[in-house]
Design a protein around this ligand. Structure first.
Ligand code: SF4
Length: 335
């Protein structure tokens, strides 16, 4: 399965020409109109656009050099969240947390200094007593990014023989074929995010269909990758029990026997914000309303999360359903 993205305009920092990937991308998109920018962090033309142009903005591509390389400790599947080769996305999930400040981080930015970023990971891994796992996909979707840059292929090929450490990332995309024949050496954990088909079609615009995501999981397991399933973000629509019960039973029916033996689960309840609400109102017509003020409560300035009794009900529901359909599989966490 292949995907082809042709940007409308490329905004680029001049110094990308000094990097191998920068040269490759400039050549690949030589026919696309280009605008030179001072910094990928501050693009005047983007800052001035209105919320209604949100989707149009995502048809552009920003290419620059990543300057911040700060690792943030994490205590879930990984030990560190690591800024990596991209930030933002060309898909448009209505809850995407990268929307935090859409004029700065919702559209796809590619960073061409991948050698520097991977070297820092390898050095940190080798210097640690523990076998560390690095989350490299918390700022974008790397499977989608790989269709533009081949960065995942490059990363796996340059990480598979390192002494220590693992890499992990989540995805909502099924474009995994380029990864299947790579020698990953058991050092890569891929977590496929799933939601009921109704939510995928009406909230996760531009992402892969549920069936395709499940096919991708089966292929990755067959290729001996370590694979997890993220049921995320759980959205408590009025018929949520039915939607998620059907989803879990669909997983049971459609995952391969090998996948059913190996996968683990993570479950994350949706959080939302005032900014999401403002953008979604103006950018999407006929949208499903995912913010329900009766079900959510504040969690800091302009941010919302589900009320604790609903989260508790959800937790009991998912533990119950997963123990029925997937009783041997580990649930890493429900949050
Ligand atoms: S696929 Fe992921 S990164 Fe892209 S819009 Fe959806 S949630 Fe955001």
């Amino acid at each position: 399965m292949k995907y082809k993205f042709k940007p409308e305009t490329i905004y680029y920092e001049n110094n990308i020409e000094n990097y191998e990937l920068g040269k490759i991308l400039l050549e690949k998109y030589k026919d696309v109109p280009k605008i030179q920018i001072e910094s990928h962090n501050n693009i005047k033309q983007m800052r001035e656009k209105s919320n209604s142009e949100f989707l149009k903005m995502k048809r552009n591509l920003i290419i620059g050099v990543r300057k911040t390389h700060k690792f943030v400790e994490n205590h879930k599947v990984s030990d560190y969240l690591v800024p990596y080769t991209s930030s933002g996305c060309i898909a448009s999930c209505m809850y995407c947390y990268l929307v935090c400040n859409y004029n700065k981080c919702a559209y796809l930015r590619l960073f061409v200094n991948r050698e520097e970023m991977l070297q820092k990971i390898i050095k940190t891994a080798n210097n640690s007593d523990k076998d560390l796992t690095f989350e490299i996909g918390s700022n974008s979707d790397l499977i989608l990014e790989n269709t533009i840059t081949d960065n995942l292929v490059w990363t796996i090929e340059n990480f598979n023989n390192t002494k220590k450490g693992k890499l992990t990332f989540p995805t909502k995309f099924a474009y995994v074929d380029d990864l299947l024949n790579l020698n990953h050496n058991g050092k890569i954990i891929i977590r496929m995010s799933v939601n009921p088909e109704y939510i995928i079609n009406n909230v996760e615009f531009g992402t892969s269909k549920l069936k395709d995501r499940i096919d991708a999981i089966n292929k990755l397991v067959e290729a001996d990758y370590e694979v997890g399933i993220l049921i995320a973000p759980v959205i408590f629509l009025d018929n949520w029990q039915k939607l998620y019960n059907d989803l879990i039973s669909y997983l049971k029916e459609n995952l391969s026997e090998k996948a059913k033996k190996k996968i683990f689960f993570e479950i994350i309840f949706m959080t939302y914000s005032y900014v999401h609400n403002a953008i979604n109102k103006e950018a999407f017509s006929n949208k499903v309303e995912i913010y329900d003020k009766n079900k959510m409560t504040g969690r800091g300035k302009g941010k919302y999360m589900y009320k604790s009794d609903l989260k508790k009900e959800g937790e009991i529901f998912f533990k119950d359903k997963l123990s029925k359909y997937f009783k041997e599989n580990k649930i890493w966490y429900i949050v």
